[in-house]
Write a protein that binds this ligand. Sequence first.
Ligand SMILES: [Zn+2]
Length: 193
Amino acid sequence: MEPRLPVDAARPGAYVIPAMAKLSIITAPDPRLKLKAKPVAKVDDRVRRLMQDMLETMYAAPGIGLAAPQVGEALRVIVVDCAREGEPPQPFKLANPELLWQSDELMTVNEGCLSLPEHYADVARPAEIKVRYLDAENEIRELHATGLLATCIQHEMDHLEGVLFVDHISSLKRGIILRKLAKAKRQKTPVPA
Ligand SMILES: [Zn+2]
């Protein structure tokens, strides 16, 4: 059986990181999660700062991936760390990630998302991918990702296109999840007097 693991919610092996969440995470439904993000011209100090803040926000959530549109920045920037419990952190900061290759073989993972808290669904995606991106030093790099890392990067790259994991499941299931999230949001928002 394929592994069933949450993607960017409920980090299974969160270690203690002495950092506070710096950015607030947007939850669905929200039009900002449906926008196509813009490429960064260059990974400069501002983008580096965003990457670091996103990473700290992700660890604090806790999650294993975060995309800039989830924190209200319509930029093509994602961060991921799929290290397991007991392993040292393996953070990746990617700007302008581009898919170079994907395997025909698929892998199904029970995905979650920090923007759809407490909801999970099985999503099948290519099991292996190759991506090209700019790292935190503005250097061009390539990464061959497999397993959970491959799933996580694809999930985060979807956010850059305004696509959520629920867009990969049936419209019936998607509707149920989005209605529950909308209701939860209404209950949190005070009714104007
Ligand atoms: Zn997500």
